[in-house]
Design a protein around this ligand. Sequence first.
Ligand code: DGP
Length: 131
Amino acid sequence: MQDKDCIFCKIASHEIPTNVVYEDEHVIAFDDMEPLMPVHTLIIPKDHYRDIADDVPEEALGHVFAAVKKVAEIKGVREDGFRLMVNTGENASQSVKHFHVHMLGGGWMPRPNDQDWGPNATNAAERHPRA
Ligand code: DGP
C-alpha cells in the first residue's frame, strides 16, 4: 500500500530520487537530508504505515529490523556502534508520517539521559531554569 501524498512513499517507489544505501523487495534505506550525525540513515518499509504503532504487520517490522545489520555494515558503523531512533507521534516530534527507523552513528553520542530533552524533561529545572 502506498499513500500518493507521502514523501517517503515517493522515495520508496523512486518517484523522487535519493541517495539509496540499501534496498530489497520490502525495505529501502537512504541518507537523511538533515543529518544529525556523520552517519544518519533512514530505514523504511516500502508499504505505507503512519508510524510503528499503526498496526504494522510483524513481517514488515521484521523486514525493517532485519535490514539494520546490513545497513550498519554498508555504512561502516557495525563495529563501533550506532543508535536507532523511532520517533512516533506528536510528543516525539515525528515529522514524516511514514514509519521509519533512524540509524545514527559515526561518532560517540551521549546516553539519552545526558541529553537536553527540552522543557518537559525530568532534568528541565537544571537545563531550563526559566521554563
Ligand atoms: P522524523 O522527525 O523522525 O519524522 O524524521 C524525519 C526525517 O526525514 C528528518 O530527519 C528529515 C528526513 N527527511 C524528510 N524529508 C526527506 C526527504 O525528502 N529526503 C530525505 N533524504 N530525508 C528526508
